[in-house]
Design a protein around this ligand. Structure first.
Ligand SMILES: [Fe+2]
Ligand SMILES: [Fe+2]
Length: 459
């Protein structure tokens, strides 16, 4: 389309008696160059600057400004007018206003002698306009969308060939400006939609956090369980390099997996001793209730598997779990991860503010020994790749301010598996790694804090 337009201008030049062949050749080169430069840019501000620069060069002029028509405000505006700030004025004012209203071309050889020219702007800016070519910019439908104003031809005044060149540039520029405006509108719309989506995500996340904390809050002995499970799951997801969507659904499932416990009576929920048979049967209902409740929540498409995953966190690999006695691969992958970290947290967190009962290696050996029957061994292996600094931060999530940075930096060099290897080879007294880990696992740092507080009180 534009090639045709350039060709037609070239043929107009050929038929014109005033211009030499050299001039046609040169102007054609200028047009091709301008076209190429304009088509490189789609961002409106940058496009306007490019157009103004290219037109100024092509017409051998001192200045060029492109004014666009703002239909809503009935104004002409220019965003970047060679060093000046955004200019806005009524659509019918001055030479540019006249051209915008009439669609006529004004080629003024002596600005101060022309009645359309408003010398007020020169007085304000200190610029001296000698001559000017003001040209309507029309879109493909023939509608004027803006005005070119080219000031002070460097050699003489603007001639007909300048008008011809500007006519061609004008139609190319109008098309590209409208494209840029559409692109900008689309980008703004996308930004708005993204903003709305992010707001919804935040609202959903805080809703889920609130649900998770309501169940954690009912039993002080397991407080923070859902939050810790979510943190362990994040670590395992990182180790397995899971994609973003699966990480998210796993995180949500971790936060909500025990939500069905909301229906349990306190006498069951807070019973941490042995259940009788009817209590045990009641407790076993909670994953199915979690699933039922989550199925009633309107969830985004990417979280559609959430009820099924959260509801399967007590299934076992050999089919002896509940509620549906699923086996192996029948259990959703994310639920198999949940099962591992849920058991780990149950064994390591049920004695808050006192030493943990079960030695760490025994806890991990339980996960290993029950791999294939209760747990998926693949995820037990992945779990053992968690760095020890993260493990300690999650284990001690209620007192992270008491963790020493130098210890965390040291622990960051080792994984759970490294610690198990060290335990198998050395005794506590010989290993810095075991000593530092045990300080936090057995909560010696809390005892130290208690002593410090007592000393401060006595002194
Ligand atoms: Fe559970
Ligand atoms: Fe749980």
């Amino acid at each position: 389309m534009n090639h045709l337009r350039i060709a037609s201008v070239a043929s107009e030049f050929e038929d014109h008696p005033t211009f030499s062949d050299d001039e046609y050749q040169q102007q054609l080169r200028v047009l091709l160059n301008v076209t190429r430069e304009i088509y490189k840019v789609l961002h409106l501000d940058q496009l306007l600057t490019t157009i103004m620069d290219e037109v100024r060069k092509a017409l051998n002029a001192d200045r060029c400004t492109v004014f666009l028509i703002d239909e809503e405000k009935n104004e002409l505006w220019s965003k970047t007018a060679h060093g000046e700030k955004e200019i806005r004025f009524p659509k019918n004012l001055g030479v540019a206003g006249y051209v915008a209203m009439t669609g006529e071309i004004l080629n003024i050889r002596d600005a101060y002698a022309d009645p359309h020219f408003n010398p007020e702007i020169d007085r304000k800016t200190g610029y001296r306009t000698r001559n000017l070519l003001t040209f309507p910019m029309k879109n493909i439908m023939g509608k004027t969308i803006g005005v070119f104003q080219v000031l002070n031809k460097l050699n003489g005044y603007f001639r007909e060939i300048d008008e011809e060149i500007l006519a061609t540039i004008s139609s190319i520029a109008a098309t590209q400006i409208e494209n840029a405006q559409l692109y900008e509108q689309q980008r703004r719309l996308n930004d708005e939609l993204r903003g709305m989506y992010e707001q919804q995500q935040k609202a959903l996340y805080s809703f889920v956090q609130t649900l998770a904390s309501t169940i954690d809050a009912r039993d002080p002995l397991t407080a923070g369980h859902s939050q810790r499970i979510a943190c362990y799951c994040d670590e395992v997801a990182k180790i397995l390099n899971m994609d973003e969507n699966r990480r998210e659904v796993l995180h949500y499932a971790a936060l909500l997996h025990d939500f069905g416990k909301i229906s349990l009576r306190d006498v069951i929920l807070k019973n941490h001793k042995r259940f009788n048979e009817s209590q045990y049967n009641e407790m076993r209902k909670h994953p199915a209730i979690t699933k039922k409740i989550l199925e009633k929540i309107f969830l985004p498409e990417k979280l559609k598997d959430l009820p099924q995953i959260a509801g399967a966190h007590h299934e076992k690999m050999d089919g002896s779990g509940y509620p549906d006695h699923l086996k192996g691969d029948q259990i959703p992958l994310e639920a198999r991860i949940l099962t591992v970290v849920d058991a780990f947290d149950a064994m390591t967190s049920n004695r808050r503010y006192s030493n943990r009962i079960i030695d760490f290696e025994k806890v991990v050996h339980t996960l290993e020994n029950d791999s294939g029957t209760h747990f998926d061994g693949y995820f037990v292996t992945a779990f053992k790749q968690i760095p020890l600094n993260r493990l300690v931060e999650i284990l001690e999530d209620e007192s992270t301010d008491l963790l020493e940075t130098k210890d965390l930096n040291f622990l960051a060099n080792f994984t759970i598996q490294d610690l198990l290897n060290e335990i198998a080879q050395k005794s506590d007294g010989e290993s810095k790694l075991i000593q530092i880990f045990n300080k936090y696992y057995h909560r010696d740092h809390l005892e130290k804090k208690g002593k410090d507080e007592k000393n401060n009180f006595n002194s």
